[in-house]
Design a protein around this ligand. Sequence first.
Ligand code: URA
Length: 238
Amino acid sequence: MERLQKVIANSGITSRRKAEEMISAGRVKVNGLLVTTLGEKVSKKDIIVVDGKEISIEENVYFVLNKPSGYLSSVSDDKNRKVVVDLINTKKRIFPIGRLDYNTTGVLLLTNDGELTNQLIHPKHHVEKEYVATVTGIFTSKHRKLFSAGVDIGDYVTAPCQSKLVKMEKKINISIVNVIIKEGKYHQIKRMFEAVGLKVKKLKRVRFGNITDKGLKLGEYRLMKPHEIKVIRELSKN
Ligand code: URA
């Protein structure tokens, strides 16, 4: 048995606080009966309807995928492009936690835990995401200093972040750079490099919070271990 507001939040439609407001506002029915007081507990057998729509209660699952290039971080696509959930064999209604661009590879978490998803992608929570970017141009200490001061990417100034040159191929004018950010703005890494005059040719996320791509080839996935789920839940609250 779990609290009604937690179950509603978990279904992904809203946060726990908003779920409480929905209950108090008389928008929630359990087994056909209106529930307006908080604290009600429900089980998997109960039918919960929010604003006239039934929500699903199923066991939570948590996957780590090493996303290949050429997949949308989405559950479906109206242009029939391949989507990341196609790569995972489950009957549960999972969705990605945040997004990686179509051509970005690496660590992508997928779950049916809407509450954890909301917490992890909420801008006020700061979970580290580590990327390895292959860029055209030579990444110097000038660029590193700009990243550690924060860069203007058009509509936003990024928070100070760590970056490190991993490898440089002077002859072909390529640098491989490791960058750790805590935010997740649209195309953030590509826009950060662009803002300092470099162009991302290839991008891979090697870590999301405590989860790395270790042991996973591109396109492979695994279930997260209970202690990994516990840690990422704690990180999501920081
Ligand atoms: N930053 C980007 O530019 N693209 C991604 O896919 C992730 C972070």
